[in-house]
Design a protein around this ligand. Structure first.
Ligand code: NAD
Length: 429
């Protein structure tokens, strides 16, 4: 099949390489000329495990371009552009509308029936009330008669995105009409995943409800962790005991400094905003968001309890990205953590295996450590903010850590080993 993918970011590029690997011919359309250059040279513009190999393997089937013309010959076109937060929490759909306009211009010229699939995360009714009207107006053609439309939310996780895309727990196909849904389902056939067919707005809502629920699970276990901390109980043992119950499940019960990334913060805020705009007060969602925004401060509280004033104190923050396995800094909890440390007067060094240089662009007044050893040796207080496997090496850095304060915000280290050499504590344990 001929496929076009508008937007070559974390979702678009993974979608493109995975469909190319399944034997399809894929055009990656982006407005970023550097991304286009890199993709055509076989270099991934983002970091994701296995992406370089898969891109190289499929270079013959992937072509990146800034020209939308490929859409008119494509059987299926995915819209995978960003939907960032506005200041009030609603989503900004400007990129989606511009992509729809460009797609509409191609639909106008198309000689065969193509399908436009919205993969970007958009709030319920966006496809029906915003995207389809643009496509129809610009093309002068009718959805369901001259071209098809689907809404196909994406559930991949950065850090395991290719594995997730290739082995999807479910494929949700929101369809404008049966013909569009049938065509999209046939594209996904080779992935052998369960398929759920819905209307457009249900598909949109499934994405928000899923991310809202996962964020709620994290804020809930963080709250349990905060209570456990005051009672001298290990929240991780509690989570283990809870996880045996299949109604609860063992995943996403890792207490820490909160969730970050480009999805959970944005999507919870967008759903809350949408609910309020239709006259509903989303109490649980707002509590989830509020708990998360406070959680990184627990790290500062512990550091101050152990070390007193942070004025002029040298603090290393280990980890800049929002989790291991990605170069993505969007809404990383390290950012407010570092900001608060700087506000307290600390001198902050950051070490991250991938995202160090990029965080310097956001928070200028920090030092980027050259290595884990450099971060540990040149600082008196160490805070672990991301769960990169490399940080496990701290357990063996006995001499360098002796007498220092180490506070962990992601459960990674063996507490007994750490406590034998330094003043060690976890945020919720
Ligand atoms: P991203 O910012 O990494 O990528 C977006 C890309 O779109 C960029 O390369 C940008 O240059 C390009 N773009 C913007 N306007 C364009 C236009 N008019 N034409 C062509 N290209 C254009 O975003 P992302 O993380 O891939 O997220 C995309 C969407 O998928 C968002 O709605 C997001 O919420 C959703 N989503 C993301 C993830 C994730 O893990 N990142 C997971 C599921 C869903």
């Amino acid at each position: 099949m001929k496929i076009s993918v508008i937007g070559s970011g974390y979702v678009g590029l993974i979608t493109a390489v995975c469909f190319a690997d399944a034997g399809h011919s894929v055009s990656c359309i982006d407005i970023d000329s550097e991304k286009i250059r890199k993709i055509n040279a076989g270099i991934p513009p983002i970091y994701e495990e296995g992406l370089a190999e898969l891109l190289e393997k499929n270079t013959g089937r992937i072509k990146a371009t800034s020209d939308y013309a490929a859409i008119k010959d494509s059987e299926i076109t995915f819209i995978c552009v960003g939907t960032p937060s506005n200041a009030d929490g609603s989503i900004n759909i400007d990129y989606v509308l511009e992509s729809s306009k460009q797609a509409g211009l191609q639909v106008k010229e198309a000689s065969s029936y193509g399908i436009i699939v919205v993969k970007s995360t958009v709030v319920p009714k966006t496809t029906e009330e915003k995207i389809i009207p643009v496509l129809e107006k610009i093309s002068g053609r009718k959805a369901g008669k001259d071209f098809g439309v689907c809404m196909n939310p994406e559930f991949l996780k950065q850090g395991s995105a290719i594995r997730d895309f290739m082995n999807q727990e479910r494929i949700v196909i929101g369809e404008h009409d049966r013909k569009s849904g049938d065509a999209l389902e046939s594209l996904y056939k080779s992935f052998n995943s369960p398929v759920l067919r819905t209307d457009l707005r249900t598909a949109e809502m499934i994405k928000y409800a899923s991310n809202g629920f996962l964020a709620a699970k994290i804020s809930f276990i963080n709250e349990v962790g905060n209570i456990c901390k005051r009672l001298g109980i290990n929240a991780y043992k509690v989570a283990e005991g809870m996880g045996y119950d299949p109604r609860i499940g063992k995943h996403f019960l890792e207490a820490g400094i909160g969730y970050g990334g480009s999805c959970f913060p944005k999507d919870t805020k967008a759903l809350s905003h949408l609910a309020k705009s239709i006259g509903y007060d989303p109490k649980i969602l707002d509590a989830v968001i509020g708990t998360n925004e406070e959680q990184h401060k627990k790290m500062i509280e512990i550091i101050k309890r152990k070390s007193g004033s942070l004025k002029g104190r040298r603090v290393a923050v280990l980890g800049a990205t929002f989790k291991k396995g990605t170069d993505d800094l969007r809404d990383s909890r390290s950012i407010p953590l570092i900001r608060d440390l700087l506000d307290e007067g600390a001198e902050v060094s950051v070490f991250d295996p991938i995202g160090g240089a990029a965080i310097k662009n956001i928070l200028g007044s920090i030092r980027i450590a050259e290595s884990l050893e450099d971060a540990v040796n040149s600082n008196e207080i160490i805070s672990v903010a991301t769960n990169w496997d490399e940080f496990k090496k701290l357990e063996d850095m006995k001499e360098q850590l002796r007498g220092k304060v180490v506070v962990e915000g992601r459960r990674l280290l063996d507490a007994e080993k750490m406590k034998s050499v330094c003043d060690f504590e976890g945020v919720c344990w």
